[in-house]
Ligand binder design. Structure first.
Ligand code: B1M
Length: 214
């Protein structure tokens, strides 16, 4: 099987909720020397996209969405050790979180895994993260970048609120702010005063890397 076929198989295992097969298929892809980040970004994330489409077409319901997230987590257990940057010097510190009111974390977790693999230190604030917690992360952990994720249109304004609170705390100039999630656009990022919007996880990693270049 070639690389594309194997990546399709990973995507299909997620989309088909294949709890029993996902780990074996991920191992098969690793054995075929497909880079781990590709298995995550072009196999698993693609599989979740298919799940989203099935949900929108009323083929899948909430229970399938939750199950797909679990299948993805099982796959990540196999792939994640191969993403570790080992003794690569840490590039910088990023606080990542899904904004207040929003519980979607699959995309954020993909971004987190790939950023870590790229050599960043991650402070994962989890989901439903209020603006104050992002502000605290800058004060307590000295992060250079804040990454916010939102999947719901009604939670997008929380991103703007966080940026406002960073300004009020006098910290806005100390950090770069990147936002992402299905409804997020570069226009929205510009409107709320974020530094960038990421199209997907790989784009997000590239943007963060460009910010920490010496
Ligand atoms: Co929800 N949900 N959901 N859901 N869900 C959406 C977002 C929705 C579009 C589905 C739909 O109706 N068509 C819709 C939102 C509509 C809207 O706001 N306009 C929706 C809804 C309505 C809801 C509920 C309200 C449903 C309900 O209860 N009736 C509810 C809300 C709960 C809440 O958050 N308060 C809900 C719940 C859930 C589940 C819990 C069942 C589950 C989440 C499980 C989990 O995350 N642990 C879920 C899922 C899975 C989805 C869909 C199907 C898939 C999201 C996903 O994981 N995609 C989604 C439909 C869709 O997106 N097509 C949907 C795969 C993931 C890899 O992609 O998250 O886009 P994504 O991340 C990408 C990029 O966006 C980017 O990189 C990632 C990888 O490439 N990225 C970043 C994301 N964050 C970034 C941050 C960065 C950089 C890049 O910063 C550095």
């Amino acid at each position: 099987m070639n690389e594309k076929e194997l990546l399709d198989k990973v995507a299909q295992a997620i989309a088909g909720l294949d709890f029993d097969g996902i780990q074996g298929i991920c191992q098969q892809a690793l054995d075929a020397k497909i880079p781990a980040y590709k298995i995550v970004s072009e196999g698993m994330a693609r599989g979740m996209e298919i799940v989203g489409q099935k949900y929108e077409a009323n083929e899948y319901f909430l229970s399938e969405l939750i199950a797909a997230g679990e299948v993805m987590k099982d796959g990540l257990k196999v792939v994640q050790p191969y993403l570790k940057s080992g003794d690569i010097k840490k590039k910088g510190k990023i606080a990542l979180g899904t904004v207040k009111g929003d519980l979607h974390d699959i995309g954020k977790n993909v971004v987190s895994v790939l950023l870590e693999a790229a050599g960043f230190e991650i402070v994962d604030l989890g989901v439903d993260v209020p603006a104050e917690k992002f502000v605290e992360a800058v004060k307590e952990h000295g992060v250079q970048i804040i990454g916010m994720s939102a999947l719901l249109t009604i939670t997008m304004p929380e991103m703007e609120n966080t940026i406002k609170q960073l300004k009020q705390a006098g910290l806005r100039d100390k950090v770069k702010v990147i936002i992402g999630g299905a409804p997020i656009t570069p226009e929205y990022a510009a409107k709320i005063g974020a530094d960038a919007a990421a199209r997907d996880a790989v784009d997000g990693v590239n943007i963060c890397k460009s910010w920490v270049k010496a």
